[in-house]
Design a protein around this ligand. Structure first.
Ligand code: HEC
Length: 153
């Protein structure tokens, strides 16, 4: 009996710790919409990214963008871009699901460009690696963004 109640206490303590941990979330970039009408939002892009517009939107650009995505992004964002990858799900917050139409709506082009260049650090996260100009030229960043736009469901 004594043993049982000790286990029960431990279980309660563990649950409480878990709940406290979750309660601390609520960051603006939580991947999932919180349900109801609670608006999913994304901040405005910071300078020097603010106001940038996508210049690479042709079918060829989308095709190039897919190659870049498969090579550089799919590891975390999933082969289909839906965030369904072991690496992406292990991160906090998890890798974005680009098939989500609401997310696509709130991610402006300049915001996406900023996020690719600065990675998670742009918003104080450490999951996503930054991609500087040595890895992806500006045109390539736009190409991968154009491809991501096609993933919207
Ligand atoms: C090492 C894992 C990893 C890689 C590689 C990665 N990402 Fe991410 N990405 C994440 C995670 C985790 C998030 C969600 C947390 C955040 O917003 O930083 C994210 C978020 C994003 C966002 C913002 C989504 C939102 O909800 O606002 C964009 C845009 C993005 N990634 C694009 C890309 C592109 C494009 C590539 C490839 C060039 C890429 N990512 C590669 C892990 C990764």
């Amino acid at each position: 009996m004594k043993r049982f109640s000790l286990l029960a206490v431990l279980a309660v303590v563990a649950l409480a710790a878990l709940a406290a941990g979750c309660g601390g979330g609520g960051k603006p970039t939580d991947n999932k919409d919180k349900g109801g009408e609670a608006a999913l939002t994304r901040p405005e892009a910071k300078d020097p990214y603010k106001g940038k517009t996508n210049t690479k939107t042709s079918a060829e650009d989308v095709a190039e963008g897919k190659k870049i995505f498969d090579a550089q992004c799919a590891l975390c964002h999933g082969e289909k871009g839906d965030g369904d990858s072991p690496a992406g799900k292990a991160l906090t917050p998890p890798a974005a699901n680009f098939t989500d139409a609401k997310l696509q709506e709130v991610m402006k082009d300049d915001y996406m460009f900023w996020r690719v260049r600065e990675g998670g650090a742009a918003l104080g996260y450490n999951g996503m690696t930054p991609f500087n100009a040595d890895t992806l030229k500006d045109d390539q960043v736009w190409q991968v963004i154009s491809y991501i736009r096609t993933l919207k469901k």
